[in-house]
Design a protein. Sequence first.
Length: 297
Amino acid sequence: MDKKIVETGNPDDPVLFFINPDAEEKHYLTEQLKIDEHTLASSLDPDELSRLEFEPDHLALIIKRPKNYSNSETLSFKIASKGLFLFKDKLVIVLSDDINIFEGKQFTKVTSLTDLTLRIIFRSILHYLEHLKIFNMIVEELEKKINTSMENKYLINLFTLEKSLVYYLNSINSNSLVFEKMKYYSAKIGFTPEELEFLDDIIIENTQCHMQSDIYSSILASMMDARASIVSNNINLLMKTLNIITIGIMGPTLIVSIFSMNVGIPLAGHPLAFWIILSLAAVSVITVVFFWKKFKW
């Protein structure tokens, strides 16, 4: 309506949006709209690769998209699939979870169903870029914590982020192959010159998104090695400090132990024996500290 996407609830409208369809809705999609059952299942499978298929009466497009990020302890960024089934007079969208794919200024001037399909694809790429910004912020925060912490939790978080980036790179690359195929079959799909130009912009944006993910992945891999070394060095420094403290305590402990033996010992009858022993213990501690500072232990 007025080149904008408006929710109506009318099943006869040109855009149908299915969220995790139930058995009845799947029957409608496969029997009434003749959507292949395997292709429909692929649009709900997060492990399915992106692909483009031409059916007798519609175009089937499976692309990868990032799932909405929720701030949790695991810091895991997950991938999902999205199914776009383009008919001559209808566009069917199938998702596994409820997200608003029509938000943003990209959907203010929709001219056709093919144009809407491209805009939905473009929105997925922007979603990837938004997640990469969040990812960068999380990594910077973890970097500060790791510098002052010896816990494994933050290293495990970095490892989880690194694994998520691998999935992102794989899904973005999978999408790029489909976009190139769409450009190759642009005449068969029915893209206008303006839409074909928009598709070129999508390919460029997706390439930049892939490059950015690849850079983050390389940085994170190097950071994992560096942070592991820092944690190990922090532990070594702590052990060094504990050893110095132990050595400092050994001197006065030895002196007090010698004068605590149940045999005849010097100073046994001296009135200031207690204070002399304490002084010797203090001197031993001072001696250890002196050598510690002098030799920079």
